[in-house]
Design a protein around this ligand. Structure first.
Ligand code: CA2
Length: 146
């Protein structure tokens, strides 16, 4: 059996579906987890799905993914734009890394146009709302099957 796919979520994503639905939609993070779990199962993988509001905890989980994950999908949320420490952790993950965003940061404020995470990511999926996660998982599995 392969190692699971890790889907890690950064700060404030626990508010999905509760606040700012005009930007992030009405789907909750629990809804996204359920659909990711179903898709991963169809593709033959277990799923580890987590969210944290704490930078250090996110970094601990990325370090865990080095040896415990087949692939990593990460929505770093605000930390993507700020955290060199998160980038440093991601650079040590050997498998595919897919950076995932609900919105398209390139269409938003200029401070969202750069993410440190992109420097370590295999690829980026952004702008498809909750569907970004499914596209990201499919992309990660496509890389694993190469
Ligand atoms: O579009 C995305 O997925 C983002 O990663 C979301 C981050 C933002 O800082 C990035 O630029 C793009 C913000 C996550 C906050 O999520 C909320 C959800 C509902 C209500 C309030 C915040």
């Amino acid at each position: 059996m392969s190692l699971p796919i890790f889907v890690l979520n950064g700060p404030n994503l626990n508010l999905l579906g509760v606040r700012e639905p005009h930007i992030y939609g009405s789907t909750t993070l629990a809804d996204i987890e359920a659909s990711c779990r179903a898709l991963a199962g169809e593709l033959g993988y277990d799923l580890v799905f987590r969210q944290t509001n704490h930078e250090g905890e996110l970094i601990e989980w990325v370090q865990e993914a080095r040896t415990a994950a087949s692939a990593l999908v990460i929505n770093p949320a605000g930390y993507g734009h700020t955290s060199v420490a998160l980038l440093d952790a991601l650079k040590n993950v050997p498998g595919p890394i897919v950076e995932c965003h609900l919105s398209n940061p390139a269409q938003r404020e200029s401070f969202r146009h750069h993410t440190y995470v992109s420097l370590a990511a295999t690829g980026v999926v952004a702008g498809f709302g909750a569907d970004s996660y499914a596209v990201a998982i499919r992309a990660a599995v496509a890389v694993l099957r190469r």
